[in-house]
Write a protein that binds this ligand. Structure first.
Ligand code: SAM
Length: 568
């Protein structure tokens, strides 16, 4: 569908505007005077600590510029001529016609490119997806490295949290100093920091559910997306092999991994020891096979990297506009806005209206057109709402689950909030490492492939979206073939007359039973609906807490990651 052209919109205060700050990579806009601090990914892990390990510091802008400049040109930010309608991120009224006429591309179109493209435009989610995942220059295929300790930390021998931090810092230092150019992108995840105890806790959670509901009638089928170093899979499988050998014999562990490097690492780590593992090198967004069996679907610290779109609302009309990134002939970036034409953005916005999740616009403005007119005519009032990052790719994942994994149980964990984000609502952290220091940025428009871009997730909204999507009927052709007969359901199943056959009563905390699929008792009991847990709530239910308790009584597996939640 063609975009409404910018020139059509007429008014001098229309929000079809070009971001006047052109960012080459060098304009990563580092907060130069900010105090030394740690990487958010790392800081999360040490959030509750009293003394921070001085592993990361800000780096000077000059050094970063020299290292990353693709064009060796830094444009001075043009002053916005905007006098009447003031937006904190400055705008001019009419976008550069040349940029508007650039060819529109998607991240998929760019997969064959060996170098970042020039003279193109794309949705914000395509820009993020290309930056993170392009097979030739993307961050995950080329840069990412996940911290992994050679041997497990002996928590019980450590005095207190300070000594625990020192131990982590010591192991981290074993990676050695970065050379010139962008540093190794090393992150910590709870899987790695608390191995094997974190993985064993996840294993315990899954196996409990399996034993309760499916053993011995069904195999124990697990799908993990974004398995990183393969550590979680290893710890889960070691645990099941050791504690539940009869379940291990029924286990099939499938990994869907977008990064070729990480997929190779996962095979090396897992194949010999656990032949039940199959690693599939592909994005979950390209997944098109149906898994008819009951299965567990795991995503740990994966959805934070899923591309988001950026929208803003015209504050006079409350019409949403989609953000477009342009890249000019020199590799410099700009943004402008058009009416929403993208089907995925439209679906997301329709879903959120249906779920009554309000847009980030002041309630009074939302309710009163008169107030909006008054407000937007005030001197210095913004004509657009703040940039909002919406999880469109997360919506794609939920649809994939609905369509291709009809009997899955989802276990997902990720950041519910993040420090040091760029400006905006549900905005991401954009950061890189340079000469052993983590450098957060204040813009998304940075050189493709050198920066990690990750978002916080609103878990309550995620749960609502997920439950709503799961409650939708499958398209007929999918529904017809999705569900094989369970050994428990009879061929003349009364379930086929509908899930209301036994009773019209459905508890609110359960989904409607899937037609034709009985529980182990033969009664059509719907799956329990998913719930949101804090990291500490989840781990205190499933982890062997004695194994990570320090001599002081502190327990980092519970105390840290306070900004992380689970959906299960
Ligand atoms: C931050 S790492 C987390 C790794 C691991 N789950 C852990 O907790 O240690 C994100 C992982 O997700 C993978 N990933 C990101 N997007 C993906 C996608 N669309 N499909 C499959 N894997 C993806 C990355 O390559 C990486 O392995």
């Amino acid at each position: 569908m063609a975009e409404p052209e910018l020139g059509n919109l007429g008014s001098s205060i229309r929000p079809h505007v070009l971001d006047s700050t052109r960012c080459s990579l060098t304009a990563a806009v580092l907060p130069l005077d900010a105090p030394p601090k740690e990487s958010p990914r790392y800081m999360i892990s040490l959030a509750a600590a009293s003394t921070r390990v001085p592993v990361f510091k800000y780096h000077s802008r000059a050094a970063l510029s020299a290292a990353f400049s693709s064009t060796a040109r830094i444009r001075n930010a043009r002053k916005s001529p905007d006098k009447i309608n003031y937006n904190r991120i400055s705008f001019q009224d009419v976008p550069d016609a040349e940029h508007v006429n650039y060819k529109r591309v998607t991240a998929n179109d760019l997969e064959a490119h060996r170098e970042p493209p020039r003279r193109v435009k794309m949705l914000v989610r395509d820009f993020i997806e290309d930056s993170l995942y392009n097979p030739h220059y993307g961050y995950f295929p080329k840069q990412a490295d996940i911290f992994t300790a050679r041997d497990h930390i002996d928590f019980r021998s450590l005095r207190n949290t300070v000594q625990f931090q020192e131990e982590v810092a010591r192991r981290y230092a074993e990676y050695g100093p970065d050379g010139d150019g962008p540093g190794r992108q090393i992150w910590h995840t709870p899987t790695e920091l608390f191995q094997p105890w974190y993985g064993r806790a996840i294993g315990q959670c899954l196996v409990s559910e399996y034993l309760l509901k499916y053993f011995p009638y069904e195999d124990f089928v697990i799908y993990e997306i974004g398995a990183g170093n393969g550590t979680l899979a290893l710890d889960i499988l070691d645990y099941i092999q050791e504690q539940y050998p009869e379940v291990y014999d029924r286990t099939r562990y499938n990994i869907i991994e977008i990064s070729g490097n990480l997929a190779r690492l996962q095979r090396e780590k897992l194949s010999a020891k656990h032949p039940c593992v199959k690693v599939m090198h592909q994005s979950v967004f390209h997944w098109d096979k149906r898994e008819p069996q009951p299965c567990f679907f795991i995503a740990m610290e994966v959805i934070d990297n899923f591309a988001h779109d950026m929208i803003r609302y015209d504050l006079r009309t409350l019409e949403p506009y989609q953000g477009i990134v342009t890249i000019d002939g020199h590799g410099d970036f700009s943004t402008y806005y058009t009416r929403v034409t993208d089907p995925l953005i439209s679906s997301f916005l329709a879903l959120r209206r249906r779920l009554m999740h309000p847009p980030p616009v002041p309630r009074l403005l939302e309710l009163s057109p008169t107030l909006r007119t008054f407000y937007t005519n005030l001197p210095f009032a913004p004509n657009l709402s703040a940039p909002e990052y919406i999880p469109t790719r997360l919506l794609s994942l939920l649809r994939t689950l609905r369509r291709h994994f009809p009997r899955h149980r989802l276990l997902l964990s990720d950041f519910s909030s993040l420090p040091d984000t760029i400006e905006g609502v549900t905005a991401p952290v954009v950061q890189t490492r340079y000469r052993n220091e983590t450098v957060p940025c204040t813009t998304l428009l940075v050189k493709q492939g050198y920066f990690d871009i990750f978002f916080p997730t609103n878990f309550d909204r995620l749960r609502d979206m997920y439950e709503h999507i799961l409650s939708q009927p499958l398209p007929l052709s999918a529904a017809e073939t999705a569900l094989p007969r369970s050994p428990l359901s009879t061929s003349a199943s009364s379930l086929s007359v509908g899930s209301d056959f036994f009773s019209s009563y459905h508890p609110k905390n359960r989904r409607p039973p899937t037609d034709g699929v009985a529980s182990a008792s033969g009664i059509p009991v719907g799956e329990r609906k998913s719930s949101v847990f804090t990291h500490a709530e989840f781990l205190s239910t499933y982890a062997d807490l004695g194994k990570t308790r320090l001599r002081s009584g502190e327990n980092p597996i519970l105390d840290l990651y306070q900004n992380v939640k689970f959906l299960f």
